[in-house]
Design a protein around this ligand. Structure first.
Ligand code: NAD
Ligand code: ZN
Ligand code: ZN
Length: 390
C-alpha cells in the first residue's frame, strides 16, 4: 500500500510499504477514507522527537471502513465506518479504568524508552515514533488498529467524514483543554494559538459556558476564523503587548483561565518590541522560552487555572514556578484521553451544537502529503487544517 513516511528532518515521502496484517485477536484493519495532519506531526517533521526512524509511517488522525477484524473484536464487523482515537488503549488497566486513556499501561511495547525520558510511560500512539510504541500511522491506505474493541467509534452513514474525522484527536483535545479550566458562567478564557486545536478549545470554552473567549495568534486568517466560528475576541501577538492587552480587557485582573494550545515550538511573542541590540535580544529570546506557556501563566488571574494542551517534550527551562506558587494558580495538562470524549462529542455534532469541519482549509490527496506538510508548517495559502484522502 501507499503511505506517507517520515524520511528525515523536514521531509516526508510517499512510499510503498507492506499492507498491515492482523497480529493480535483484538486488532482490526481499517481502510482509510480521510486522514489529517496535526500540529503534533510538526514536532516530528521539525525533528524534535529523537525516536523517529527513516520510513516510519506518519499520522494519528484518521477514519475509515473496517475491512477485517480479529476473533477478539465482537463489536465491529467489515463494512463499519469508524473514527479511530489517537491514543491506543486496552480498556482494562488501572489508567483505562480511570478514563486516563492516553496513559494506558498496556499499549506501549517500548515503555522503557519513554520511562527514561518521562518518569513513567504514556500510551502507545499511532504514527508517533518508537518511544510511543512504533505503531505505523494513518496517513496511509490502511492501518492496523490494536484494541479495536475499545477505541474506534462507529459512525452512522449520514454523517460525512469531515464532520467526524476530528473526533480522532483535535476536537476532544480542544474540549479537554476547556474542560480542565473548570469554567463557571461569566468566566473569561484566553487561548494561546489559533491553530485547529486552539479553535476547538475556544469553541469548547463557549459550549461550556464561558462568557468571553480571547484567542491569541499572529496569522490573520486564523484569528478571523476564531472570531467568525467561535465568537472569540482576538489579539495579534505580533502587533500588541499581550499581557498588557489582556489586563486591559479584564479590568486589570487577568483571564480566569488560560489555555496553551501552542506547545514547545511557540514563536517569540514579539521580538521587535524589545529594544535590545541583536546579541542581547538573542540571549533574552533563549531565556524566555517557553514563550506561550510563560505568557499564559503570567497573564492568568490570581487563583486561576492554566490548562496546557500544547505538547512539550523534555525540559522547559525558566518555568515561572514562582508565579504559580505565589498566586495560587492551578496547572492542568495532558495528552487527550480521547476515548472518554468520543460519545459525548459525537452527540454534540449530531445535534448541531458544533460542526468541526469549519477548521478545514485544504483538501488534498495523500500523494500530495509532502507539499501539504510544507504548507501546514509555514501556514501559507491561509492554511489552517489539511485533510488528505488516500
Ligand atoms: P498549529 O501549528 O496549527 O497551531 C499552533 C498555533 O500557535 C499557530 O497558529 C501559531 O501561529 C501559534 N503560535 C505560535 N507561537 C505563539 C505564541 N507565542 N503565542 C500565541 N500563539 C502562538 O498546531 P495545532 O494542530 O493547532 O496544535 C497545537 C498544539 O497542540 C501542538 O503543540 C500540538 O502538538 C498540540 N496537540 C496536543 C494534543 C494533546 O493531546 N494534548 C493533541 C493534539 C495536538
Ligand atoms: Zn493530532
Ligand atoms: Zn489500558
Amino acid at each position: 500500500m501507499k503511505a506517507n513516511c517520515w524520511t528525515g528532518r523536514n521531509t516526508v515521502e510517499i512510499e510503498r510499504v507492506p499492507d498491515p496484517q492482523i497480529l493480535n485477536p483484538r486488532d482490526a484493519i481499517v481502510r482509510i477514507t480521510s486522514t489529517a495532519i496535526c500540529g503534533s506531526d510538526l514536532h516530528l517533521y521539525d525533528g524534535y522527537v529523537p525516536t523517529m526512524k527513516k520510513g516510519d509511517v506518519l499520522g494519528h488522525e484518521f477514519m475509515g471502513e473496517v475491512v477485517e477484524v480479529g476473533p477478539g473484536v465482537s463489536n465491529l464487523r467489515p463494512g463499519d465506518r469508524v473514527v479511530v482515537p489517537f491514543p491506543i488503549a486496552c480498556g482494562n488497566c488501572w489508567s483505562c479504568e480511570h478514563e486516563l486513556y492516553s496513559l494506558c499501561e498496556n499499549s506501549n511495547p517500548n515503555a522503557g524508552i519513554a520511562e527514561k525520558l518521562l518518569g513513567h510511560s504514556p500510551a502507545g500512539v499511532f504514527g508517533y515514533s518508537h518511544m510511543l510504541g512504533g505503531y505505523p500511522g494513518g496517513q496511509a491506505e490502511y492501518a492496523r488498529v490494536p484494541f479495536a474493541d475499545v477505541g474506534p467509534i462507529k459512525i452512522e452513514d449520514d454523517l460525512p467524514d469531515e464532520k467526524v474525522l476530528f473526533l480522532s484527536d483535535i476536537l476532544p483535545t480542544g474540549y479537554m483543554g476547556a474542560e480542565m479550566c473548570g469554567i463557571s458562567p461569566g468566566d473569561t478564557i484566553a487561548v494561546w494559538g489559533a491553530g485547529p486545536v486552539g479553535q476547538f478549545a475556544a469553541a469548547s470554552a463557549r459550549l461550556l459556558g464561558a462568557e468571553r473567549v480571547i484567542v491569541i495568534d499572529r496569522f490573520p486568517h486564523r484569528l478571523r476564523m476564531a472570531r467568525e466560528h467561535t465568537g472569540a475576541e482576538t489579539i495579534d501577538y505580533a502587533e500588541t503587548d499581550v499581557l498588557e492587552e489582556l489586563r486591559e480587557m479584564t479590568a486589570g485582573r487577568g483571564p480566569d483561565a488560560c489555555i496553551d494550545a501552542v506547545g514547545m515550538e511557540a514563536h517569540h511573542p514579539n521580538p521587535a518590541m524589545y529594544g535590545y541590540d541583536r546579541a542581547k535580544q538573542a540571549a533574552r529570546l533563549e531565556t524566555e522560552r517557553p514563550y506561550a506557556l510563560r505568557e499564559a501563566i503570567m497573564a492568568c488571574r490570581n487563583g486561576g487555572v492554566v490548562s496546557v494542551i500544547g505538547v512539550y517534550t523534555g525540559l522547559a527551562d525558566k518555568f515561572p514556578m514562582g508565579a504559580l506558587m505565589n498566586r495560587s494558580l492551578t496547572l492542568r495538562t495532558g495528552q487527550c484521553h480521547t476515548q472518554k470524549y468520543l460519545r459525548p462529542l459525537l452527540d454534540r455534532i449530531r445535534n448541531g451544537e458544533i460542526d468541526p469541519s469549519f477548521v478545514i482549509s485544504h483538501r488534498m490527496r495523500l500523494d500530495q502529503a509532502p507539499r501539504a506538510y510544507e504548507m501546514f508548517k509555514n501556514k501559507v495559502d491561509d492554511c489552517t487544517k489539511i485533510v488528505l484522502t488516500p
